[in-house]
Design a protein around this ligand. Sequence first.
Ligand code: 5RP
Length: 220
Amino acid sequence: MTQDEMKKAVAQEAIQHVEIDTIIGVGTGSTANFFIDELAKIKHQIKGTVASSVASADRLKGHGIDVFELNSVDEISIYIDGADETNAYLHLVKGGGGALTREKIVAAASKKFVCIVDESKLVDYLGQFPLPVEVIPMARGYVAREIVKLGGEPVLREGFTTDNGNIILDIHGMEIMEAVKLEKQLNHITGVVTNGLFAMRPADVLLVGKPDGVDTVYSK
Ligand code: 5RP
């Protein structure tokens, strides 16, 4: 199986977790796109969706799937999204596509989070993939200096603005041994909107695409 075939396989498996007649939270990225395409096949069986990015909302609408504002829904039964890295605790690094803030909000507002990845995303320790941090533009220099104090090397994502009008600093060179602690430390830097660690609210279920099929892993 190619990497794209593994992504498609986990997207198809994720459909089994979709609850009929509910609102579905939808993530961002190439794996989430495969999920959106699968969701289109059962669109008449769901109430609609909440999207974690403008790009995903556009793709959903293109399939004729209803997309609601988060503020207009009472409950999201499940959030389905990819990740850039995951460890055995289902702690994630996300935000490679820059949608981390809305992803974190929709994940927080959802009863269950099913993460869908191909096997290349499995790591022993988070941090090989640069950790994205969304930052208010005027705070860029200050936040970068605070990140250096934590042992990271912040690099501005050139030419990129988030859906919320902010910048991204990607933190290189961190071997993340205590993901919950680092997530809190980064959140406490004034000017940080969100960081891409999903450790305080990890995935509940991880679907991993492998050459011989899909593994299902439940949080410990
Ligand atoms: C976007 C994300 C994505 O989930 C992450 O980058 C994985 O993307 P892909 O499925 O394309 O590998 O966090 O902000």
